[in-house]
Design a protein around this ligand. Structure first.
Ligand code: ADP
Ligand code: MG
Length: 339
């Protein structure tokens, strides 16, 4: 009898991993923007063409990479962000799996240009379907530019499955919002087919919300702030009269990472009880800061769901704080829903 098990070649393993990490152009945008943040960039530019289907390019002025690191960054499980398993429970970076670039390079044409401050000459690498096509020295400013072209070029089924340009663009803008709102001090630009979509200078939290959602947002915001031993909460809720049928403007950030939490969303809704009609959803931009050791981020491939040690305490605190803030702004007369 012959044995039948074999190890998959790297490019096949990468393509399988890519299926989890990269669902659509917006997933690439998220990974590239987060890498730029992790590289301590203060300016980040996102350029897309055809809703990201032909080009997604992110340029940052962060720490850049050495020539060796530039090449290694495309290997699976290659990361500068963690070294040991215990680091998983004390994360201060957006990334840690070392999978994004390997996955993206397995299913697209990728050009990387990068240079560190201390290097005179940078590195340019072209990679297609996990294969390095060229690598050369190049003159570039400090920082990194990664261009991802022809996403899913080698997976026609995935490519055909992409939605219309407006829908894919919407997803990209959602990811852009999440990262830009989490990091208001970082300047961002976004261009689509050559047109500026966003130009955001370094701002504070309120300015960033207004920069994204327009001047009208300013008068809708009710500040929320409360610090306890287990969690610091800051940010804003929208006044009850701006509650909407859709859940568009609902943002939780934990340690500057956008997350989804049905449980914490319920805490906010509970604080609005009696102030908004049933079926409408309150808007909020809430920033939670907790000890990184008290959360587990490694429960979901896109890291948008996390586990808190002190979930119940955070729920209670959030609800009480928001109630208090709404009351303080005395914009919370009990509505007569029969009128
Ligand atoms: P992760 O972010 O989980 O470490 P990635 O595949 O996204 O994995 O990136 C691999 C590595 O490449 C990172 O750990 C980092 O060292 C490097 N890297 C990626 N993008 C950048 C960037 N924009 N600037 C500097 N280094 C980067
Ligand atoms: Mg990453």
């Amino acid at each position: 009898m012959t044995d039948i098990i074999q190890l998959l070649p790297d490019h096949v393993a990468n393509q399988i991993a890519a299926g989890e990490v990269v669902q659509r152009p917006a997933s690439v945008v998220k990974e590239l923007l987060e890498n730029a943040i992790d590289a301590n960039a203060s300016e980040i530019t996102l350029v897309i063409k055809d809703a990201g289907k032909t080009l997604i390019q992110v340029t940052d002025n962060g720490i850049g990479m050495s020539t060796t690191d530039a090449r290694l960054s495309f290997e699976r499980h290659a990361t500068s962000k963690i070294k040991a398993a215990e680091d998983l429970f004390n994360l201060n970076t957006k990334g840690f799996r070392g999978e994004a670039l390997a996955s993206i390079a397995a299913i697209a044409h990728v050009d990387l240009k990068t240079k560190r401050e201390q290097d005179e000459i940078g590195t340019k690498i072209e990679i297609e379907g996990s294969t390095v096509v060229s690598q050369e020295a190049t003159v570039v400013p400090t920082g990194t530019t990664i261009a991802v072209k022809n996403l899913f070029y080698n997976i026609p089924a995935r490519r055909n499955f992409l939605k219309s340009n407006p829908v894919e663009t919407r997803h990209i803008i959602d990811e852009f919002h999440r990262v830009a709102l989490a990091h208001p001090s970082v300047a961002f630009k976004m261009l689509h087919n050559g047109d500026a979509v966003f130009t955001l200078p370094s701002q504070n939290y309120r300015q960033r919300i207004v920069g994204i959602f327009g001047n009208k947002a300013n008068e809708k915001l009710v500040p929320v702030e409360e610090f306890t031993e287990i969690v610091k909460v800051s940010g804003f809720v929208l006044k009850p009269e701006f509650a909407r049928k859709s859940r568009g403007e609902q943002f939780f950030f934990v340690n500057n990472r956008f997350i989804k939490s049905g449980y914490l969303n319920h805490a906010v809704s509970a604080a609005f009880e009696g102030l908004i009609k049933e079926g409408l959803h309150p808007g909020y931009f809430l920033y939670l800061e907790v000890n990184p050791q008290s959360i587990d981020i490694n429960i979901h491939p896109t890291k948008t769901e996390i586990k808190f040690d002190d979930e119940h305490a955070i729920y209670a605190m959030l609800r009480a704080t928001i109630k208090h803030s709404l009351g303080q702004f005395s914009i919370a007369p009990v509505l007569d829903f029969n009128k």
